[in-house]
Design a protein around this ligand. Sequence first.
Ligand SMILES: [Zn+2]
Ligand SMILES: [Zn+2]
Ligand SMILES: [Zn+2]
Length: 157
Amino acid sequence: MTEQDVLAEVERLRLLVSQFTMPAQLTAEQRAGSACAWCGGKPGPATADLHAVGMTPRGCSDCYWARLNWITSWYDWQDHIAECEYCLGGSMCFVSHGRRTTHEQTITDAGQPELSCGSCTGPILRTEMAVPRRWDGDTAPYLGYIHLRCAARRRVR
Ligand SMILES: [Zn+2]
Ligand SMILES: [Zn+2]
Ligand SMILES: [Zn+2]
């Protein structure tokens, strides 16, 4: 990886974090980048520049890394499912379960909601099988989840 590649990747991750985790309502200070977009504290020296149309929001490093962990663990889980024959066949898969657990452990620090199903809108219990799913949302796409049984029903339709 060249330095250019690294910078491009940092930029891509900032776009993802901005797109999927930035609060819908920001104060004037948060829109201007003088307060962290998530916790409202001083962004500090290790701040992350975020992306939003018409504003220059920033995040403190604690908030930013917590959200980055949430996003990367979501994609790790999804990437596994896309290429695992057990997961694609709807079978129990311990690797998928492990990736889900890793992702779930990032939720509290990242200030994200617990798992719920974008299809039936019910909660996803620990005992229920589920997979990550990107949803269109009312205003913007978001990273969510779906019960395995609901995903199977949608395929049949
Ligand atoms: Zn913060
Ligand atoms: Zn699997
Ligand atoms: Zn469901």
